[in-house]
Design a protein around this ligand. Structure first.
Ligand code: FAD
Length: 530
C-alpha cells in the first residue's frame, strides 16, 4: 500500500524552525504540508528551558554588537560574523512575531524579564514560565498552526528527499508507523528535523533527535559542515548509574542566579579555569566537570542552588525533575554531569536556509548557518530557528513565485544502506566521540559502528533512524578525525592545542554516488553555499 499527494512546500519537523517557516509560507499563500514523525509537540523545542537570547534595546548598556561579540567569543574563531550579525539583528522582529502568535514571556509586556546564561556579558535572555520557555514557544506555534488550519501529517517519518535527474528537489518520501510508504510531490522541501543527541548514550534531547536531517541532506547532495562540534551540556541531571537516553536538563540560568558547581570533595569545579568561573562558556564548564569527575573517579559533580531565592518556584521544571529522584532543589545539592545536548554544525545553509541544492532548504538545529561556529552561545538556537525559519519561508515563497515547475513523479526504490545496531553505535560514540577524543578512539568508534552494521532496506521508523544514525556517526567521526586540534566543543587529547592552520577552516562532509563520505574544508566565513 502506498499513497501520493502534492504541495508547494513540505516542511519536515514541527519544532520552532519548522512551524515558524510553515506558518509564514502558508500566510504567503503556499500549499504547505508539515511532516513530523511523532506527535507534533515532540522535539527539542518544547524542552528548552533557559530562553531566547535577544537584544530588545531596553537593557541599559546591552547592544546587538555586544551579543555578537559574545557569540563570536564562544564560537572559537569559527563563527561567520556576517551571518551571525544578520541573524542577531533580526532577533527583535522574530521575537515580536512570536509574541504576536500568542507566546507569553515572563515580566511586564512592555518590559520583559531577563536572565543571564554562560558566555553572555549581559542579562538578555527572555524566558517563559520560569524555566519552561520551549513549552510556551511550542504551545503558541501549534495553536497558531491550528488557527491557520495548517496541514500537519503526524506519525510520518521522512525517508528520502526525492530529486530529479538534474539534482533538484521533487518531493519527499515518508513512512508511517506501520511502514506504509507515502510520497509528497513538491518543488520545495525544508528540513527542520532538529538535533543529533541520539548518537550518544546520554543526551538531553528527546527520542526524535536521531540526526535524520543530516542523512536526508547528505543523500540529496547537500554539504554538512562543523559536525564534529557537538555541545555537551555541562549540567544534565544524574539520575543513577544505569541511566541512558534523555537526561533532564538543569538549566544554566540557575548558575546565572548564583548556583555554584562543586566536586564531590567540596571544591569549586571552575576556580582558576576561566575568568567567568561557573558562567564560562559551556565547552569550558563541561570539560572542567569531565576532568574533575575523572580525577576523583566520581559519577557526577554537585550543583548547589540552595542560595537562589525562591528557586523551586522560579525553576519549576528543574525542581520537578529533581523531586522525581528524591532531591529537593531548595535544600539539597543536585547531582549533575555533562550530556550530549546540541549540534553546532549541520547542513550548510545561508541565513535564508538555502542549502545550494535547488529546492532544498534547512533551518533550526539541523542547519549550519555559521552562527555557532565551534561552540554555541547559550539560548542562541531558539532565536536562530525563529529567524532562519521565517527567512527561509520568504526565500521559498520568492523562489516559487515564478512559473512553477510541475513536480514530475520520480520512481525511487529506497536503496539498501548500512544500518548499525543503535546500542552498539551509541556506546561507541560515547566512548570515542564524546568530550575528549583522540585518533585511536575515533578510529575504534568507526570500526565498532561498521562491525555492528548490516546492509538492508530500512522500512520502519526505527530502521530509518538507525540508518540515519549510522551515516551521521560516520560523518561526525570523519570530521572529528580530520580536525587535528582542540577548538570549542571539539577536544582532542592527542592535539590539545588550538592550531592556527584551522583558525578559519570549517570541515565539510559530502556523500558521493557510491555511498562514500568525503571530508574537506571551507572558509568558515562563507560556509560553502554558493
Ligand atoms: C533540554 C533542552 C533545553 C534547551 N534549552 C534551550 C534554551 O533555553 N534556549 C535555546 O535557544 N535553545 C535551547 N535548546 C536547544 C533548542 O531547544 C533546539 O535547538 C531547538 O528547539 C531546535 O528546534 P528545531 O525546530 O530545529 O528542532 P526540534 O524542536 O527538535 O524539532 C524537530 C522536529 O523534527 C521532527 N523530525 C525529526 N526527524 C524527522 C523525520 N525523519 N521525519 C519527520 N519528522 C522528523 C521531530 O519529530 C520534531 O518535530 C535546548 C535543547 C534541549 C534538548
Amino acid at each position: 500500500m502506498s499513497w501520493e499527494t502534492s504541495a508547494d512546500l513540505v516542511v519536515v519537523g514541527s519544532g520552532v524552525a519548522g512551524l515558524t517557516a510553515a506558518l509564514a509560507a502558508r500566510r504567503a499563500g503556499l500549499r504547505v504540508v508539515v511532516v513530523t514523525k511523532d506527535v507534533p509537540e515532540e522535539g527539542s523545542t518544547r524542552w528548552a528551558q533557559g530562553g531566547i537570547a535577544v537584544v530588545l534595546g531596553d537593557v541599559t548598556g546591552d547592544t546587538v554588537g555586544a551579543h555578537l561579540g559574545d557569540t563570536v567569543a564562544a564560537g572559537g574563531g569559527l563563527v561567520d560574523a556576517v551571518a551571525a550579525g544578520a541573524i542577531l539583528r533580526a532577533g527583535p522582529a522574530a521575537v515580536a512575531a512570536l509574541r504576536a502568535e500568542g507566546a507569553v514571556f515572563d515580566g511586564a509586556p512592555e518590559r520583559l524579564a531577563r536572565g543571564r546564561e554562560g558566555g553572555h556579558s549581559a542579562y538578555r535572555v527572555v524566558h517563559a514560565g520560569g524555566d519552561a520557555t520551549g513549552a510556551e514557544v511550542e504551545r503558541a506555534l501549534l495553536a497558531a498552526a491550528r488557527r491557520e488550519e495548517l496541514t500537519v501529517l503526524a506519525g510520518h517519518a521522512a525517508v528520502a528527499v526525492l530529486t530529479g535527474a538534474d539534482g533538484s528537489v521533487r518531493g519527499l518520501e515518508v513512512r508511517d508507523a506501520d511502514g506504509t510508504a507515502g510520497r509528497l510531490a513538491a518543488p520545495a522541501v525544508l528540513l527542520a528535523t532538529g538535533g543529533v543527541g541520539g548518537l550518544y548514550e546520554t543526551t538531553t534531547n528527546p527520542a526524535v533527535a536521531t540526526a535524520d536531517g543530516w542523512a536526508l541532506a547528505l543523500r540529496a547532495g547537500a554539504t554538512l559542515a562543523d559536525v564534529e562540534f557537538v555541545q555537551f551540556h555541562p549540567t544534565a541531571l544524574f539520575t543513577g548509574r544505569s541511566s541512558t537516553g534523555r537526561a533532564p536538563l538543569v538549566t544554566e540560568a540557575l548558575r546565572g542566579e548564583g548556583a555554584v558547581l562543586r566536586d564531590t570533595a567540596g571544591a569549586s569545579v571552575t576556580a582558576g579555569v576561566h575568568p567567568l568561573g561557573d558562567l564560562a562558556p559551556r565547552d569550558v564548564v563541561a570539560a572542567a566537570i569531565t576532568r574533575r569527575i575523572s580525577e576523583l573517579g566520581a559519577e557526577h559533580v554537585w550543583l548547589d542552588a540552595t542560595g537562589v531565592p525562591d528557586v523551586a518556584a522560579r525553576f519549576p521544571t528543574v525542581a520537578g525533575a529533581c523531586a522525581a529522584i528524591g532531591v529537593d532543589l531548595a535544600a539539597d545539592p543536585v547531582p549533575v554531569r555533562p550530556a550530549a545536548h546540541y549540534s553546532c554544525g549541520g547542513v550548510v545553509t545561508d541565513t535564508r536556509g538555502c542549502t545550494g541544492v535547488p529546492g532544498l532548504w534547512a533551518a533550526g538545529e539541523v542547519a549550519r548557518t555559521g552562527l555557532h561556529g565551534a561552540n554555541r552561545l547559550a539560548s542562541n538556537s531558539l532565536l536562530e530557528g525563529l529567524v532562519v525559519g521565517g527567512r527561509a519561508a520568504e526565500d521559498i515563497t520568492a523562489a516559487l513565485a515564478g512559473p512553477r515547475r510541475l513536480a514530475a513523479a520520480v520512481e525511487t526504490a529506497t536503496a539498501p544502506v548500512p544500518v548499525a545496531d543503535r546500542r552498539v553505535l551509541q556506546g561507541a560514540m560515547t566512548r570515542g566521540a564524546g568530550i575528549g577524543r583522540d585518533a585511536a578512539g575515533l578510529a575504534a568508534a568507526s570500526d565498532a559502528v561498521e562491525a555492528a552494521s548490516a546492509v538492508r532496506v530500512p522500512r520502519t521508523r526505527a530502521q530509518v533512524e538507525d540508518a540515519n544514525l549510522t551515516l551521521a556517526a560516520h560523518a561526525l567521526l570523519a570530521a572529528a578525525g580530520s580536525r587535528t586540534e582542540t577548538r570549542g566543543c571539539h577536544v582532542r587529547h592527542d592535539h590539545p592545542a588550538t592550531d592556527d592552520h584551522w583558525q578559519r577552516a570549517s570541515s565539510t562532509v559530502v556523500l558521493d554516488g557510491d555511498g562514500r563520505l568525503h571530508v574537506g574544508t571551507t572558509d568558515a566565513r562563507h560556509g560553502g553555499v554558493a
